[in-house]
Write a protein that binds this ligand. Structure first.
Ligand code: NAD
Length: 307
């Protein structure tokens, strides 16, 4: 990426990525900080367009259209989540497919079915690249993907099925799956992308702030060590920002600055799993940085294709 960015810059076309963020979100913040640092390190120009939480859908689409029309911009990314008045799908379809470095446009998604195009969805591509890095022979293996979102779970499943003869068998689990352990316990490969602890914490926090009398919930990881097979490969995609602990009033314990002491964890009990599995990605520091690398790779690919 560094070499390609330098060559393009020397030819007067420095790759330029713009991330669009509507409102604030802790997980998104971690991601945009990583994007900025990585772009700087790679010689790619990076801008974060921070828009008001209350922006209307039409105004947001107009901002995206401006970026589509700007010949100096080669890649556009919409940070998720977006506030309720915004329909992310409509925004994603508005991003020009040739600048869609997240690979989320239906045109780019459709290409996944045919074995890839110029870009592929970054997080899914990162998760699958990490699996491939283990050099495991995938034919005949059992793979389970937990989470079936458009951005992560579904494209991971599609990418795993790319090879006609050497793909693993793929099962996709989601919120309506009754017995997750039934699927994970015999899986050779487990991708986890649900973000369950974060969702539970958000729900609890909302009720607590509204003055409801609620019991402190369990924020234990979705996937415990005993749900995994000995020697399995585990790719934990989830990013959960949750309190380190609670005091007796059910409020998060504070850090030295008097703010809620928070930690970033995945969906897998890393400490228990690492004693048992063949390979596992940590959170933070696993899929996240590789996702950023994929974003940069896609930015280079789009800059070249736009020439
Ligand atoms: P999403 O909310 O769109 O989808 C969550 C998925 O999890 C859904 O398919 C849902 O059915 C499933 N799910 C929810 N509860 C479940 C349960 N109890 N059991 C099984 N499945 C359950 O989320 P997303 O955008 O796909 O993101 C998933 C996670 O990955 C989040 O934690 C997010 O922060 C993280 N993420 C990480 C990166 C990265 O770069 N590392 C990028 C994007 C998302």
């Amino acid at each position: 990426v560094i070499e390609d960015a330098a060559a393009l810059t020397a030819a007067g076309r420095q790759p330029h990525l713009v991330a669009v963020q509507v409102g604030e979100n802790p997980a998104s913040k971690i991601y945009t900080n990583m994007q900025k640092k990585s772009c700087e390190a790679a010689g790619i120009a990076y801008d974060l367009l921070e828009l008001d939480d209350a922006i209307s859908q039409d105004d947001l689409l107009a901002e995206v259209q401006k970026l589509n029309d700007d010949a100096g911009v080669h890649g556009i990314i919409l940070q998720m989540p977006v506030p309720p008045q915004v329909d992310a799908r409509v925004v994603q379809v508005t991003i020009a497919p040739e600048k869609d470095i997240e690979g989320m446009h239906p045109e780019n998604m459709g290409r996944l079915f045919y074995g890839g195009g110029v870009v592929s969805p970054c997080t899914a591509a990162a998760a699958v690249a990490l699996l491939k890095h283990t050099e495991t022979d995938l034919a005949g293996k059992e793979a389970v993907v937990i989470g079936h979102s458009e951005i992560v779970g579904k494209p991971i499943a599609m990418m795993l099925l790319e090879s006609l003869r050497e793909s693993p068998t793929v099962r996709v689990c989601h919120v309506a799956t009754k017995n997750l352990a039934l699927h994970t316990r015999d899986a050779d490969i487990v991708f986890v992308a649900a973000g369950v602890s974060q969702a539970i914490w958000r729900g609890y926090n909302k009720k607590k702030k509204a003055g409801e009398d609620v019991a402190v919930p369990s924020l234990a990881p979705l996937i415990s060590g005993d749900m995994l097979k000995e020697g399995a490969i585990v790719i934990d995609v989830a990013i959960n920002r949750i309190p380190k602990g609670f005091d007796e009033d059910g409020m998060p314990v504070k850090n030295e600055k008097g703010k809620n002491a928070m930690k970033t964890v995945g969906d897998v009990d890393f400490e228990a799993a690492k004693e048992k599995v063949g390979a596992i990605t940590p959170v933070p520091g696993g899929v996240g940085p590789v996702t950023v690398a994929m974003l940069l790779k896609n930015t280079i690919a789009c800059t070249k294709a736009l020439a």
